[in-house]
Design a protein. Structure first.
Length: 318
């Protein structure tokens, strides 16, 4: 049976009263703690909100409460939930006076896989080895981020989640190659991810593992940019196209480099190309125009430079 208690929030203040306990009390799984209004402590779900919010904590194993420090430790699939946010972890520590939660993951062992701390809200979710969350500001920090965002695998040293849902990541590494040892990846000193999936990286470095006769060689830097902005979602957002590694003219190539321009709500332009280790390259362009349900047009052009020949094509659709 899971053990839990709740904190009732009213008019931007939280009222917390816990039963009279010994200074240090271990609560069995069949015990239920409930909070009732009495002592006030500052706690806001939103600076402008005045509605009532319940925060629920549960744990499968046990809860250790320290009455003097007013802290509580939860073990065994610990969960925190409110109207829009949830945190799950093997261990969780609640600091009631500070209105702060710290969730801890478990490291992997030879027989037991790693169990990360998981944060979720309407903007998405991420995994980490440790998460700290402030109930007042709805801001949080984490270390050792390791998560996926719409096909983008992201790792980070230190991460701060702002009240508006934006993630600020330092020492970030990310890739669209989801293998355990990716063929290519990007590194950035500072990276932000918005709830809409817009990513900004400053600066950006791209690395790849060249392969010869199926043997992977040491990492090689292939691209350096002072600034990079792109989207993890298939939306009409202007920005640089994130390149990937592929095969072109029987050689390893940097593929899909270019720029996407959402001209307006009716038209967009995409310029992108590939460049291979053996000197071959490709450039393509696509212009689309659509006037609601009346008509749509598309113009495409492409030029390919192989080692032994050239090739070009063009197409117009109306």
């Amino acid at each position: 049976m899971a053990l839990g208690f709740h904190i009732q929030q009213q008019r931007r203040n939280v009222a917390i009263v816990l039963p009279m306990l010994l200074p240090l009390l271990l609560l069995p799984c069949s015990t239920l703690l409930s909070a009732t209004p009495a002592k006030k402590a500052p706690f806001t779900a939103s600076p402008k909100s005045s509605f009532s919010t319940t925060i629920l904590f549960t744990a499968k194993d046990s809860v250790l409460y320290h009455s003097e420090k007013q802290t509580m430790s939860l073990w065994g699939n610990a969960v925190m939930k409110d109207a829009a946010t949830s945190v799950t972890s093997p261990k969780m520590v609640i600091d009631l006076p500070a209105s702060r939660l710290t969730a801890y993951g478990e490291q992997a062992s030879p027989t037991i896989p790693a169990k990360p701390a998981i944060f979720s809200d309407p903007q998405g979710s991420f995994n980490s080895s440790a998460i700290s969350y402030d109930f007042k500001t709805r801001q949080g920090t984490t270390v050792a981020l390791d998560s996926n965002y719409n096909g983008l695998h992201v790792k980070g040293g230190n991460v701060e989640r702002l009240e508006n849902g934006v993630l600020k990541i330092t020492d970030a590494t990310f890739s669209t190659c989801l293998e355990e040892e990716p063929h290519y990846w990007f590194e950035s000193t500072t990276m932000t991810i918005t709830p809409e999936g817009k990513v900004t990286a400053k600066p950006l470095y791209m690395y790849m593992h060249p392969e010869i006769f199926s043997a992977r060689l040491p990492a090689l830097p292939v691209l350096a940019l002072p600034y990079m902005k792109f989207s993890t979602k298939p939306s009409r957002t202007s920005g640089i196209l994130l390149p990937s590694v592929s095969r072109f003219d029987n050689s390893t190539a940097l593929s899909g480099m270019g720029y996407y321009w959402a001209i307006d709500e009716y038209a967009d332009l995409r310029n992108e190309g590939d460049i291979a280790q053996n000197g071959s390259w490709r450039f393509g362009e696509r212009l689309r125009y659509r006037k609601r349900d009346r008509f749509s047009s598309e113009v495409q052009g492409e030029f390919k430079q192989y080692q032994t020949a050239n090739e070009w094509n063009a197409r117009v659709i109306h």
